[in-house]
Design a protein around this ligand. Sequence first.
Ligand SMILES: C[S@@+](CC[C@H](N)C(=O)[O-])C[C@H]1O[C@@H](n2cnc3c(N)ncnc32)[C@H](O)[C@@H]1O
Length: 348
Amino acid sequence: MLALKVEFHYAQKALDYTRKDQLLLPNYLFVKDSRFLYLPVSKKFKPLFPASFVQKTFPAKRERLTFEQKLLQERILTPKELDTYFVSSFDVAGSVAILEIMPELQEKEKAIAQALLQLHPNLTTVAKKATATKGKYRIRTLQIITGKRTLVTRYKENGCLFDLNLNEAFFSPRLSFERSRIAHLAKPKENVLALFAGAGFYPIVLSKLQPSTQHIVAIELNPKAVKWMKHNVKLNKMENKIEVIQGDAKPILRSPRFRRFADRIIMPLPHSAFEFLDAALPAAKKGCTIHFYYIPSSPHVDAIQEAKQLVLNACQRRLRKCRFIYSHVVKTYSPHVDEVVLDVKLLN
Ligand SMILES: C[S@@+](CC[C@H](N)C(=O)[O-])C[C@H]1O[C@@H](n2cnc3c(N)ncnc32)[C@H](O)[C@@H]1O
């Protein structure tokens, strides 16, 4: 192959020049000896620096295979299986990958998981979703397929660290944008009520991105999630800012200390947050923003319209006036059902 031979002193010049004029062949590695660098080039040209042309052999660059390519290349899946049953997207929680394995591929799940571990050496465990997200604690059971036998992991998001056991607390990396969106809306000196706070994702991200908040109260029912949230509050050095309360948000919010307490209330319990509006509204100051999450119980409905109606009904019952300042689809929950969020400003 044709090679441009340059002394190391001119290496950067040669690289810039050959890249700019698209003379450098991209699929080969460079070769060097004690004095010279050899670049694979497509044709001879007149260099603007001391150099010459010689013949050399260049090793081809090893391209990183995609997950699908690896499964096909190693004959783990047939093209038909790949097209029909394979779910290529997966979540990553620190060192744990979470796959969705269709029943038709169950016998091959170990080989699939091992292929993923080989592709991503930073992963130590591959698990699969074994149930839907369910129950009052909104947990999805995961089953380890291969790798280290632990679902305790450290996950980084929005500049914060979170430790958790994925089978003990709700976890969704797909909400990371939503958490940062809300944190960026928070203003200095706010009192925040982070309801349904799980392992602490919303309050901790908010406190990180808006460190001048006055006080954040995080309420969570699941004792194991609360254990992780307290750990994560410490891990992120936010003990002075975030107060963690374990229990049912409804009676807790009735405490007189929360009357007209909050400048911001976060309600990420999308199937049933509406049942908590009557308890949350008295805790809202005039001007408070409520982030209200909602998943409708039936498909093909206008989720945003339904959510607005639920908020309006609750405001009417509690003699509060409100304005809808923002709404959007957070994620697809199932075919034809979206999770939505409303940002609601209280006017009185
Ligand atoms: C959808 S998860 C959201 C968790 C967290 N905000 C996150 O983003 O990871 C809802 C959480 O609400 C909690 N929860 C359910 N009912 C509750 C209640 N009555 N009071 C307080 N928390 C509750 C569940 O245990 C669960 O952790």
